[in-house]
Design a protein. Structure first.
Length: 322
């Protein structure tokens, strides 16, 4: 072990516990302090700091006595944490980490594998209701030739004041997803703490709010059977009169029972309700057409009978003239 003659306020106190027949402790201190061990006649620097390295850092099993890379220690274990010095992988609860951070939590565990945040951290209480009081980010790096280090994607757990203005004593947590390039990075999707989901909007007021175009092969809207307009065909249903429809159209400027353009722009269009109303109008118009068809057929029959009568009268008049 080497000691430096230089005076330093940085000291390293290392304790090695060797479990054999009894517990022994060895303490070393100093600016340059290294604990050396041996295995198969090879000496290793197990733990220590060196003058010229970072004096505030303890280097664990990074080098060996001969500074021979072939003799480097492979893994360092501290309790349940294992660091693979060759791959740089870190394992928690596993001796053979297979990723840069490998958390081996049992599938049946009720304890979180990862937890972010400090217990008791209030965040920023003086924010308006609905505003962010704090949050936690997981960032993913992007790359561009003129911007080689920027955040390309982010998952953010954002704490939202759901109490009153400037008193965030109750905070829900939204989950927001960001994505983009070096100049287009922005929020793309948000799951609100109340269960609403927004795409292209950070304040969804429905279970799914999309600020943009939705393209789908099929949309299935659940309806209430009692509201479906089969009632139009039931006995006792009063069909609107054509003259009342004409009066309503002249007065309202749109078909009665159907939202106006201004209402649709202001409130949007409920697909299920609009389909119900449109089907109701189609069924009413169908019955009106059937009724009108019967009246037309009656008129045509009366017209044919009248033509026969006229023809007979003309024939009778002709015979009398002859």
């Amino acid at each position: 072990m080497r000691r430096s003659s230089k005076t330093s306020t940085v000291f390293l106190i290392l304790t090695l516990l060797v479990a054999k027949t009894e517990t022994k402790c060895q303490t070393v201190s100093g600016y340059d302090a290294v604990v050396t061990g041996a295995y198969n006649d090879n000496k290793y620097h197990l733990i220590g700091t060196y003058q010229g390295w970072d004096p505030e850092c303890v280097y664990v099993a990074g080098y060996n006595y001969y500074n021979n890379s072939a003799l480097k220690t492979r893994r360092v274990k501290m309790g349940g944490i294992v660091t693979d010095l060759q791959s740089g992988y870190v394992g928690i609860n596993t001796a053979s980490p297979a990723a840069y951070l490998n958390v081996a939590s049992p599938a049946t565990s009720t304890v979180a594998s990862l937890k972010f945040g400090v217990p008791g951290d209030k965040g920023n209480l003086a924010v308006p209701k609905g505003a962010a009081a704090g949050g936690y980010n997981i960032d993913f790096a992007g790359w561009r030739d003129i911007s080689t280090d920027f955040v390309g994607a982010r998952i953010r757990a954002e704490r939202i004041n759901d109490w009153v203005d400037n008193s965030a004593l109750s905070q829900g947590v939204d989950l927001a997803f960001f994505a983009g390039g070096s100049s287009t990075f922005s929020e793309r999707l948000r799951i609100k703490y109340n269960g609403n989901v927004g795409i292209g909007t950070s304040n969804p007021t429905a279970k799914l709010a999309v600020n943009g175009t939705v393209k789908a092969r099929e949309v299935n809207v659940t309806v209430n059977t009692a509201d479906w307009p089969d009632y139009v065909f039931s006995r006792g249903y009063r069909l609107p009169h054509l003259d009342s429809l004409a009066a309503g159209i002249n007065q309202l400027g749109h078909l009665p029972g159907i939202p106006s353009a201004m209402e649709a722009e202001k409130n949007g269009v409920n697909l299920g309700e609009m389909n119900r109303k449109l089907l109701e109008k189609v069924e009413e118009l169908t019955l009106l057409l059937i009724e009108q068809g019967k009246k037309t057929e009656t008129l045509q029959q009366e017209n044919r009978e009248m033509q026969l009568r006229v023809q007979k009268l003309e024939d009778t008049s002709k015979k009398q003239q002859d």
